[in-house]
Design a protein around this ligand. Sequence first.
Ligand code: ATP
Ligand code: PAU
Length: 467
Amino acid sequence: MPSGIRGGPGRPRIPIQAYYSSFDGMSDTRDEPVDASDLTNAGAPTTVVASPKRLISAAAAGDAPRKVLHINGSFSEKEPPTSSHISQSDDHPPFNPPMPWFGIDVGGTLVKLVYFEPQEVLPEDAAEEVEQTKVILKYLTSNKTYGDTGIRDVHLEMKGVPIDHHTGTLHFIRFPSSAMEKFIHLAKAKGLSSLNTTVCATGGGAFAYEKYIRQEMKLELNKFDELESLISGIHYIEQHHPEESYYFENPLNDETCRKVPHSIRDLYPYLVVNIGSGVSVMLVESRTKFRRVWGTSIGGGTFLGLCCLLTGCETFEEGIALAAKGDHRNVDKLVRDIYGGDYSRFDLPGDTVASSFGQMLDPEWRKNAKPEDLARAVLVTVTNNIGSLAMMCAMNAKVDKVVFLGNFLRVNSVSMKQLSYAMDFWSKGKCKALFMEHEGYFGAVGCLLEYMNLGRQNAHHGGSSDK
Ligand SMILES: Nc1ncnc2c1ncn2[C@@H]1O[C@H](COP(=O)(O)OP(=O)(O)OP(=O)(O)O)[C@@H](O)[C@H]1O
Ligand SMILES: CC(C)(CO)[C@@H](O)C(=O)NCCC(=O)O
């Protein structure tokens, strides 16, 4: 069986279309059909690739395969192969996809770009590619900000990490999705489109900007499912960053609260609640098996949108800073505002929110509510709603670990602590809220892994949804 091709005995197979290209020089490819029903006959020496452009850059790098197998289709209906199917120890020859090596996740609010800088000396005979890559590398790594809105999260950088046969540094960069067109022009100006490369992208924007990217940059675009990328990114980062996941001990006590590292490796099953613009909830049952079980439109975008509307703030950071010093009790109606105390019969303490924004029907309360109180009330409303949804999904799936991710949690310890407290309170201590340091970058990491695998497989499939 050629390296990277996995079927797995007993799994249902669906048709695969395949053909060989004989490769005799810089631009000569000839297609020969093969019997795709028996890939074990594929013969040696074969490398599986996705893009004819790769052939040309492989020739430039001096590692062109004699024959190339192009595959369209899936390997199995139930378990599509992803980067996570291919372990670091797979016995296959080193494969170098064209540089630069990055994955990009174009979300509803933010674009996340993860760039892999290899430690190794780049091959001499790919001089042009290397030179251009160096220009891009220098631009990315010598700056911490790009234009008006691009930011490199230096504190998240990961050094000495392996991807496939390479070791290097992962850089984490983000900018608003509204700057996507500007980014495309900047990338073009930095010479990205002159490289023989394929761009791998995930997130809704990979679809929305597909035509524009193809037109402007004349690059091949490979789109990957955002949730599949997210899950494989989680597995990868968890494996290579020792204190990635953690929980909060004593979340609501400022003096004793502390972050406690807690690995989620092989702790299946667990829920992943990704809080981006909207919220997706996934049940992860094994390294290769997950499904989207629920979602809600009341997410990070809701917080930011309502916060801008109610307080006049302009940025997420401003909104979070306001919320941090506000008091939601000046806006929300509590159980004790209705009962005069606890509603003991059903275990509802008096300080539980009975009605979010419930005091705002009174003109006097409205007059007294400060912008920071309103910001806090929006944050509490959105966070509580996500928490109770996560709790119901956890109960339904009978899991006791819920991993909360997404950029809504960036610089937002208020929500993380509140989620920790709420999960613990509602589950009577049975359910634990976990968090991860690389918050919103997992989709982009998964996409990078797909890119690094592009040479060995050409699969693109999403998880299922049973909402
Ligand atoms: N600098 C920022 N600018 C805007 N929003 C931010 C910023 N930092 C954190 N956020 C929060 O993160 C959310 C976006 O999170 P994330 O990047 O994970 O999702 P997305 O990919 O843009 O959205 P989706 O997955 O729904 O398409 C915003 O809605 C906001 O609440
Ligand atoms: C549409 C996506 C998946 C885009 O990332 C996300 O914003 C989301 O899960 N929104 C919630 C949609 C819903 O299930 O109601």
